[in-house]
Design a protein around this ligand. Sequence first.
Ligand SMILES: [Zn+2]
Length: 295
Amino acid sequence: MALPSFPAAWRVTTLALCLVLGMPAWAHPSAGATVLAQAETAPPPAARAREGVDVGRNSAFAKLVPADEIEAAATKQYNEMMRTAASQKALALPDHPQLQRLRHIAQRLIPFAYEWNPRARQWKWEVNLLTNKQVNAFCMPGGKIGFYTGILDQLQLTDDEVAQVMGHEIAHALREHARARMGKGAATNIGASIVSQLLGLGDLGRTVASYGVELISLKFSRDDETEADLVGLELAARAGYDPRAGVTLWKKMQAANKGAPPQWLSTHPAGTTRITEIEKALPLVMPLYERASKD
Ligand SMILES: [Zn+2]
């Protein structure tokens, strides 16, 4: 395709790197003992669960690969992408209104990310906009966010919808889906060579290159996608963005799919199941949205 011909290699890795990280601080109900202690004096709180969505712990497989290595690799790759885009005049400058809009939305979402992954507090979050017709967006491990102008323009996304896309991508990072996939690969030997490079050689250049090759075949599982939808909905709701935009977003994606299928859809099927699941989760997050500051 003609347009901003970013090198195929990084287009590929970007997609693949629609990656992730995480470890919810609230993790698991250490509440048992407390509940018992209170039982004599107060009626047992029926559901003392945390408000919002419930997706359980991060995958244990993630622990097999060091988070800082993945984050460092992602950072290097992200910087290379941005450098390449800049050299092709395809990187939006700081005064670009759409970039300012994205950064504003990110600023509102990010404080709510920490609860899902303590590392996120230290991440050097970045948000950039690439002038490219692809309908695509990503958040790499370590909080490196990229949007393509195509997704904003072609789908005419509202701020609420942008927050859903961004929340979804950030959720992949917080939940460490990429790290878990790599860990799982190591555990099953399939990705052992990649992981040993990652762990041992310290040759980041080679690691990143290997990553790209390996990750292209790593499409996130349906479960990972559902998780990212739910966590994204909650992040957006807490930040004051209407969770019902999750439904309109996916309907727009579906409609767009009738023409040339958006890039994002190749990794994010916009089936009716997805929309139904989002609708089902709305009651969990609407109260958060209603109480949230809308500034
Ligand atoms: Zn996804």
